[in-house]
Design a binder for this molecule. Structure first.
Ligand SMILES: NC(=O)c1ccc[n+]([C@@H]2O[C@H](COP(=O)([O-])OP(=O)(O)OC[C@H]3O[C@@H](n4cnc5c(N)ncnc54)[C@H](OP(=O)(O)O)[C@@H]3O)[C@@H](O)[C@H]2O)c1
Length: 170
């Protein structure tokens, strides 16, 4: 069970987290985590350490400081909007198209494979059965170091986000 976002502020975050910690201690929920938490929010949380931080993560929005903090503290990273909401501008990015062609795969496969190889847990959403199937076809190819470097170089920071991404909320 996750807290959806750091809003509406520090006092609410502390109360929410204490309630989740109690629910976990009492056996109502197995794992507890957060979503959209930036480093300052994570640092300020009293124990226990969240199992997961679910944040927007894809090559154009790499949230490097949050990723580093989570890795250092054993917090799993769930990547939301891993397909950048299928924005044609992103799926047709020449770097992505080039890498997809090289491996005989689609642009969405490249994005999901990048996410998996980063060690993230990508959460692609689709209501289309053929796409849901396609989004699982990720284990018959591997991005090499050069592919990963080219995708890493697409980072636009917060400006690359396609959703609300409230990680900097006070
Ligand atoms: N914690 C948060 O604050 C937060 C914020 C945003 C999202 N999320 C969660 O993250 C998950 C994914 O986010 P999202 O839905 O915003 O973005 P997304 O997964 O990046 O993109 C979803 C879009 O991609 C399309 N799509 C899926 N697979 C495709 C494929 N193989 N080829 C072409 N298009 C494809 C879908 O179309 P169709 O559905 O029409 O097939 C849909 O329009 C959701 O479960 C959502 O709840 C969490």
């Amino acid at each position: 069970m996750l807290i959806h976002a750091p809003r509406p502020g520090a006092a609410a975050r502390a109360v929410h987290w204490a309630a989740l910690a109690r629910a976990q201690a009492d056996g109502w929920v197995r794992d507890i985590g957060v979503s959209n938490f930036g480093v300052a929010h994570l640092r300020a949380l009293p124990g226990p350490t969240p199992a997961i931080n679910q944040i927007e993560l894809h090559p154009w929005c790499q949230q490097r400081e949050i990723v580093q903090y989570c890795r250092e503290h054993g917090i799993a990273l769930q990547a939301y909007c891993p397909l950048v909401r299928a924005d044609p501008k992103r799926l047709e990015d020449p770097v992505v198209v080039d890498i997809a062609k090289k491996h005989g795969k689609g642009a969405t496969h490249v994005l999901l494979r990048w996410s998996l190889q980063k060690g993230y847990i990508p959460l692609p959403k689709s209501v289309t059965p053929s796409r849901i199937r396609s989004n699982t076809e990720l284990y018959d190819f591997e991005l090499d170091a050069e592919d990963m470097e080219r995708l890493d170089a697409l980072d636009e920071g917060a400006a690359g986000a396609c959703s609300w991404n409230p990680v900097d909320t006070p």
